[in-house]
Structures are given as C-alpha cells and as structure tokens.
Design a protein around this ligand. Sequence first.
Ligand SMILES: Nc1nc2c(ncn2[C@@H]2O[C@H](COP(=O)(O)OP(=O)(O)OP(=O)(O)O)[C@@H](O)[C@H]2O)c(=O)[nH]1
Ligand SMILES: [Mg+2]
Ligand SMILES: [Zn+2]
Length: 290
Amino acid sequence: MQSRGTVIRAYGGFFFVLTESGSLTCRPRGKLRLTEGEIIVGDTVEVTMTGEGTAVIERVLDRKVELHRPRIANVELAVVVVAARDPDPSPFLIDRYLTVIAHAGLETVLCINKIDLADRSEVDSLSHMYRRAGLDVLTTAAIYGQGVDELALRLSGTTCVLAGPSGTGKSALLKALCPGVDAVVGEVSRKTRRGKHTTRFVQLVPLPSGGLIADSPGFSYLRLGDIRPDELRVLFPGFEKLARTCRFSSCLHRDEPGCEIKDAVADGRISETRYENYLELLREIESYQR
Ligand SMILES: Nc1nc2c(ncn2[C@@H]2O[C@H](COP(=O)(O)OP(=O)(O)OP(=O)(O)O)[C@@H](O)[C@H]2O)c(=O)[nH]1
Ligand SMILES: [Mg+2]
Ligand SMILES: [Zn+2]
C-alpha cells in the first residue's frame, strides 16, 4: 500500500515518516539511496508499506521551500528565538537570521525568551525596534510558561521551525508548547554565557493545536549565502515597502539621492542600529562577489 507522509526525523540512515496512519520507520528504495543525503526533515515523501510500522521511501516530492541552517524543508514559518539575557541578544545576529529566512521565502516571528532575566525596559526596547520594522514579536519565559499561550496561538496549524543561537531556550519552548515531547534542555555556560549546543538534530513534532514544529541545533555562524545586493535592498526586514519609494529602483540606500530608507532613519522610522546592520550585511555580500 502506498501513502504520502512528512519526514519528521532522519537518523542513522533511517527516516521517520509521519503519515495519516501514524509514524513509519523507513529506508529509501535502492535507487534512491545514492541520493539518501538529499532526503531531509520536512520533505514530503511517497512510501510503500513493507511491514508493521515500516516502509520504503519511493519518491521525494519537490520542495516548496528549503532552509539550509537549520536544514529543513517545507516550513512556512521560522521562529527566531533569542534570549533577553544569557546569551545576550545581538541585533546584528537577529538581522542576519531574519534576512536569510526572508530570502528563503519564509515568514518570521521573533521570540524574545528569558524575559524573566532582563529588565522590562530592555525587553521593550528590543521588541519595539523590531515591531517598528513590521515584525511579529512575542516575548516569553519558557520555563515559567509565560507568553507560551500567545506563541502557541500564533503557531497553531502551521509547519514551523525554532531557530536561533544555542542556549536561547528553543528546546525549553518546544517542551512548553508540546507537553509530553521529551526534548533535551541544556545549559548555558557560566563563564561564556553561551549555550552548549545541546540539540543535535532537527526533528518535527506535532503541535497540540494542529501543525508541526521543529526544534533545531543552535548555531553561531550563519553564512548569508547567495543573496545579492539588489535582493538585500528590499529583503532586509522592514525595508520591503519603503525601498519601493526610493528614487532609484536600484538604490542600495547608501549614498543615493532621494533614498526613502535614509529619510526613514533620519526621522526615526528605522533605527540607526538596524540601518548600520544593513550596511554591514551589504558590505559582506559585496565582498563575496569580488
Ligand atoms: N531563566 C530562564 N531560563 C531559561 C528559559 N528558557 C530556557 N532557559 C534555560 O536556558 C538553558 C538553555 O535552554 P535550551 O532550551 O537547552 O536552549 P536551546 O536554544 O535549545 O539550546 P541548543 O539546543 O544548544 O541550541 C537551560 O538551562 C534552560 O533551562 C527562560 O525562559 N528563563
Ligand atoms: Mg536545544
Ligand atoms: Zn534607498
């Protein structure tokens, strides 16, 4: 019998596939095996049952979207998880994540976790900076269950992934969102105040109110990849609409006259910090192109 399902975990050459009739342990069909590395979590696959709870993967369907870090397919939304403290948030890293995710064609939600560790005013100014850019910002304290209902509501029915630096509380959020799922929550080093890269693989689990959510390993470095300057000028979160009003359609918002972005920085619609982040990212992708 053939059916269709979603790869929820890949481990040691096996793929765990969620189908209408439950979860199956699968191997790819012989001819597929050559490209085994090409099957990733989130892929939609066609399987043939071979026994009780086992099947072979016959075919991988085309991906709608694909994210490289974390490596996952067909998610519509990424929750960028940062901590209000330990590790301290870096707007530059946040803007970098947001840009890469926007380039991959996903929606984003920014989740500021561990709000119990920081002053209200710090959390507010960070949220404000990103809300001004049109982003959906939620604040949580995962281990106290604070803000978790709002996050659950926002994610309900979607296929999404938790992404962000190590130690920000992605696994703690997953546990709070999906009681009963046993995700390993790690520690933050006292000395460096960084996470210890506890989560090792991407895994999708069902959300109680419908949909699927993936935990993922934290990362510290994220390559911007193949984003071009003329893409960045409109991709950078918060620039999309404004950039259309620049006098030149190729405006990189640097020295060009009639630049709406620079006007927006001058009158406070865009924060200085985020504009600096944009310029830094622009310099970086220009240096790749040389
Ligand atoms: N004070 C506080 N600590 C939290 C909160 N959420 C998570 N933590 C703690 O932060 C540490 C790291 O949490 P994890 O959930 O393992 O972080 P992670 O993002 O999954 O980290 P990696 O798997 O390494 O990417 C643990 O000690 C958690 O208990 C929170 O809301 N408040
Ligand atoms: Mg984790
Ligand atoms: Zn401009």
